[in-house]
Design a protein around this ligand. Structure first.
Ligand code: AMP
Length: 216
């Protein structure tokens, strides 16, 4: 199973991707998580991508595609790509990389959410310093204030969650990522999910769609 999760920042696709990957036993491949881990480690990749992440800008296409090839496509057959592709050139590079391998995408799930709701969700994001788990001050608070439910480490506010950076990320999305919706729709690969309800509702709908897609 090879799926792409697409949607504006804040749509909750990361949360859904992580839950679906567990339920369907496939790799959850998030370029955002890979980049954040690299920054935390201080690796060469981390030093290169840090300023892009901190300023809400997209990492250059060539570099992002190379990371996806090496860390995902060459490692496993089954995955959910969360946050990749994010530009038309990345989508074309993904097509090329899959073609070389004689593979195809099974589908693209598009998580739809209006801009006001996206801003509200994005400005309250928390992330665990230890294991990288995501939380939200209002919508998905940890059981204990600023402590990770999973590993007990301290939570911190995500460095790209100030209102100014959030606006920049949404601009980047509208300009560069939104064109992927017609790109995949024309090929009959796109399925829409309403991302505005509570995560459990979105989870049920997403699960049903994936089951339907893998059955058909
Ligand atoms: P995310 O966690 O998916 O919201 O990604 C966080 C940040 O990582 C983005 O704001 C970008 O700076 C960078 N990033 C993640 N995925 C990509 C991608 N496919 N192309 C370029 N930059 C990306």
């Amino acid at each position: 199973m090879k799926l792409v999760f697409l949607g504006p920042p804040g749509a909750g696709k990361g949360t859904q991707a992580s839950q679906m990957a567990e339920q369907f036993d496939v790799m959850h491949a998030s370029t955002g998580d890979i980049f954040r881990a690299a920054v935390a480690e201080g690796s060469d990749l981390g030093q290169t991508v840090r300023s892009y992440l901190d300023n809400g800008k997209l990492v250059p296409d060539e570099l992002t595609s190379r990371v996806v090839r090496e860390m995902v496509l060459e490692r496993t057959e089954d995955y959910i790509l969360d946050g990749f592709p994010r530009t038309l050139p990345q989508a074309q590079m993904l097509d090329e990389m899959l073609k070389e391998r004689g593979e195809e995408l099974d589908g693209v799930l598009f998580f739809q959410l209006g801009e006001a709701a996206a801003v509200e969700r994005l400005t309250g994001r928390l992330v665990c310093k230890g294991c990288g788990a995501n939380y939200h001050k209002v919508f998905m608070p940890p059981r204990k204030d600023m402590i990770c439910d999973e590993c007990g480490a301290e939570l911190t506010v995500r460095s790209d969650s100030s209102e100014e950076i959030v606006r920049k990320r949404l601009e980047e999305y509208n300009e560069k990522t939104q064109p992927l919706v017609p790109y995949y729709e024309k090929r009959g690969l796109l399925r829409r999910v309403d991302a505005s309800p509570a995560p459990e509702t979105v989870n049920r709908e997403t699960k049903a769609l994936i089951s339907e897609m893998s059955a058909g």
